[in-house]
Design a protein around this ligand. Structure first.
Ligand code: ASP
Length: 442
């Protein structure tokens, strides 16, 4: 039998009524056997996510604030969810026990993880399914990274006799201490937990239930009602999500990608919508459009370096990169010419004196003819498998940008040929995205 692993995000858990729709979705397909949940999210704009309430509670606890009062807001959310569900579940004693453990552990990660823990306990009750605590099956290693192999094995073992099971997302066990402390992924990390479970049980599909019907070809805050992407390859998504189209946690792709498990982004509030299917490149047939999506990000700094005969100086680029490594600055792109190279870095990584220090060290290390800093740059990635096989795509792209009267300050065509990245001034960011979208989608 095919197995579907379903992860439900915070908005799908926001109140008891939405959880009832989630139950209908799960009951509607026998293959939906393993469920991962986030903590309850916002019920309306201006509402506060449970995870944020928990971080507030932790801060109150360690800074001598009113912890009881802060945690009361968390309790109220769960009490009302259980009431709306009309569930026979003693939420008050579970909350009391949780409160006691938070006070005892005094750990930020542990406190934050309780949003998912409590939610999964409730959903397991609603579905009459086994509750599997992530504390027993998701492991980090001694460097704080996911210990995939150990986790896959433990998850597979835990679900062995369970027709259905519910896991809390977002956390696992730290591998750095002896006594198994709870550690969380970064924010939005329940997507990663879902991917781990999908990989562990050899799922045929990883369904990721959100409050949108899949990915849009571009940011709807910039272009009115952009086209929906029906299917996209992992590779394309990686290029797009990295640039800011973040419906899905970017690290969640890796466990399933390696096992060739497709991801379906679905909408809990419109379950009949097809959503977006994310497929391994080998199984992916381009949708007929040359470009799949356009995404971008503002606030980059470009460090431009010029030196005659740079190309024949062995180790030049390595010496420049060593300066950045020493300063702990990650580099996003390195477009280069025969005597020139540029380092594209997120501006927030060069705050304070760091930028000047990096420039001085580059000057000392490689004695360039020119070093110039260009700030307030936005990067825009135009992504699509169709781009590598169709002649004239870049000419169309740059003509559209020129027609919009936008000056391109940097170009980088990834060697995979599925994306072209342009750097423009922050002020031209929205205009440039609109121009590219109009050229390829309208
Ligand atoms: N609840 C966590 C957060 O708000 C994790 C998640 O929702 O995936 O970041």
């Amino acid at each position: 039998m095919a197995i579907k692993v379903c992860k439900f995000g915070g908005t799908s858990m926001a109140d008891g009524n939405v959880i009832k729709s989630v139950k209908n979705i799960i009951d509607g397909d026998m293959d939906r056997r393993f469920i991962i949940v986030s903590a309850p999210g916002k019920r309306y704009s201006g509402d506060i996510k449970v995870t944020d309430l928990l971080y507030d509670s932790y801060n109150a606890l360690v800074s001598g604030g009113d912890f009881k009062k802060a945690f009361a807001a968390v309790k109220a959310r769960y009490v009302s969810i259980v009431k709306e569900l009309n569930l026979n579940f003693d939420i008050n004693s579970v909350l009391e026990e949780t409160e006691g453990r938070i006070i005892k552990e005094r750990s930020e990660d542990f406190t934050a993880s309780r949003g998912e823990y409590l939610c999964a306990r409730i959903v397991a009750g609603v579905l009459n399914a086994k509750f599997i605590d992530a504390e027993n099956v998701i492991f980090f290693d001694e460097n704080g990274a996911l210990n995939g192999e150990k986790s896959y094995k433990a998850v597979a073992e835990a679900v062995k006799d369970a027709p259905r099971a519910v896991f809390p997302g977002f956390y696992g066990v730290d591998g750095r201490g002896a006594d198994g402390k709870v550690k969380t992924f970064s924010r939005g990390g329940s997507d990663i937990s879902g991917a781990i479970v999908a990989r562990a049980v050899h799922a045929s599909m990883y369904e990721n239930w959100t409050d949108v019907s899949g990915f849009l070809a571009c940011d709807p805050r910039i272009v009115d009602s952009p086209r929906r992407i029906k299917s996209i390859s992992y590779k394309e998504l990686r290029e797009l999500s990295y640039m800011g189209a973040n419906v899905l946690h970017s690290e969640s792709i890796f466990p399933v990608r390696r096992a060739n498990i497709p991801i379906n982004i679905k909408n809990t509030f419109r379950p009949e919508d097809e959503g977006t299917l994310i497929l391994p490149t080998s199984r992916y047939t381009p949708c007929g459009n040359i470009v799949t999506g356009v995404a971008g990000k503002k606030n980059f700094t470009v460090i431009f370096i010029e030196k005659s005969l740079m190309n024949s100086e062995v180790g030049f680029i390595a010496d420049v990169l060593n300066v950045l490594k020493k300063e702990g600055v990650p580099v996003e792109h390195i477009p280069s010419g025969i005597d020139t190279m540029s380092l594209v870095v997120e501006s927030e990584c060069l705050q304070g004196e760091k930028l000047n220090r990096v420039i001085e060290e580059i000057k000392q290390s490689v004695e360039p003819d020119v070093v110039r800093v260009i700030e307030n740059i936005a990067l825009i990635a135009t992504v699509g498998h169709g781009m590598s096989s169709s002649v004239g795509t870049s000419s169309r792209l740059f003509s559209a940008i020129a027609a919009a009267n936008i000056n391109v300050k940097m170009i980088d065509q990834g060697s995979s040929e599925i994306n072209i990245i342009v750097g423009v001034s922050n002020n031209d960011y929205e205009k440039c995205i609109k121009a590219i979208y109009r050229e390829f989608f309208v």
